[in-house]
Design a protein around this ligand. Sequence first.
Ligand code: PHE
Length: 458
Amino acid sequence: MHLFRNIETMEGKTQTQLFATRLGVIAATVGSAVGLGNIWRFPYEAGVHGGGAFLLIYLFFIIVLGIPVLTAEFAIGRSTHRSVFGAFETLKPGTGWRWIGIIGVVASIMILSFYSVVAGWTLEYCYQTSFGELLQSEGAVFHNLFASFTEGWRPIVWTVIFLLINLIVIIRGVQKGVEKASNVITPILFILILIFCINSLTLDGAQEGLYFLFHPDFSMITPSVVIGAMGQAFFSLSLGLGCMLTYASYFKDSTPLIRSASITAMLDLLAAIMAGILIFPAVFTYGFSPEAGPALVFEVLPAIFSQIPGGFWLAPLFFFMLFLASLSSTISMSEITVAWLIKEKGWNRTGACALTIGIATVLGILCAMSFSYMAGMKTPWGAEFNIFNIFDYCSSNILLPFGGMLISFFAGWLVDRRYFMKTLLTPQSSLNIFAPYIIFILKYFAPFLIFVIFLANL
Ligand code: PHE
């Protein structure tokens, strides 16, 4: 099946490639959205922020902000067929809105750096569950195993290996291959998670785990929970940094936008909730703390795999699939900076990829060292200085919502309403009735809501 089809530009040059099928569109956007954000970050954030209360607010943000902002990115990308800088320039020439692209470049490099560390952990766990003795341990030991692993030099090596794999893929431009592969990877990942979910539901701590995940304790809702849930919604949908906008520039003009945005958001949400059902029953059964932070999933998953029948086979497969799912996400992140260097700065592809990954490698090594050689570092005024956490927090909780705020303001107030409406409508689609609501939310609600949440946090 062909995911892409070349189109001719008006000057007769073949430049842009388009996704040829609707399945290709969904595979690419879901490939970017579903990744460590769902399986690693969602459970750890929900664990730290009180479970049910976090899930409820996250759900609210996915539906009320996520789908509209995703639709806006799709509309801006598809109607211009340009990169994040060029798209805003095309719609409002000479107004400076193109500088939204800078948020995209900075945020994507920060995310690429710490995300690659976690992707490196999945590689170590894939290796350890295949050839090591990881699964012969039991229960709480996994906590110490993870700590001693991250305190050493191995995470640094895996981070570099992961980024090199990413580099090879993006230099050779075999993204198309990877996107074809995500047609296969994503369903397998879903099936594996489903199997593990069913297993988790049979554990002794199932009731306690599900109560933690689904019972909102409203007294837990603080500004920091709200900002965490909003950040998670943006992170998980790859929103606010022009990533989905760039992918939408490869959409055909007939691609239904509201439908694609809704399917992507729903699958992404489903993956996160399933990850929660998989993790929390085991957290309570095997005596872990839900507040373990970034370590959570890497302590709990091995405990599950060591107990489940066939775990010896399924564990390496799971970590390998997780690695591939991370790769389809990091490819989409890298593309933002690479496309900028090529299209705006006139670089060639190899140079652009090398520079992007070079910077991410230096920063990624620093992120990996946050748990070992740089652990416990303090700023001169005594605050914790953990680059991994700083990148994670600043990108997801500040830069992405800030980008989302500007994008929704732009779509709501600056794009001609009739033009925007026409972009959203798909002939004979029953989802067309949502178009006015989406425009309403982008205009009157989304930018102000994000702004107020920022203020409340100051
Ligand atoms: N959405 C991806 C995930 O959940 C992470 C991501 C963020 C990808 C930003 C691209 C851009 O894993």
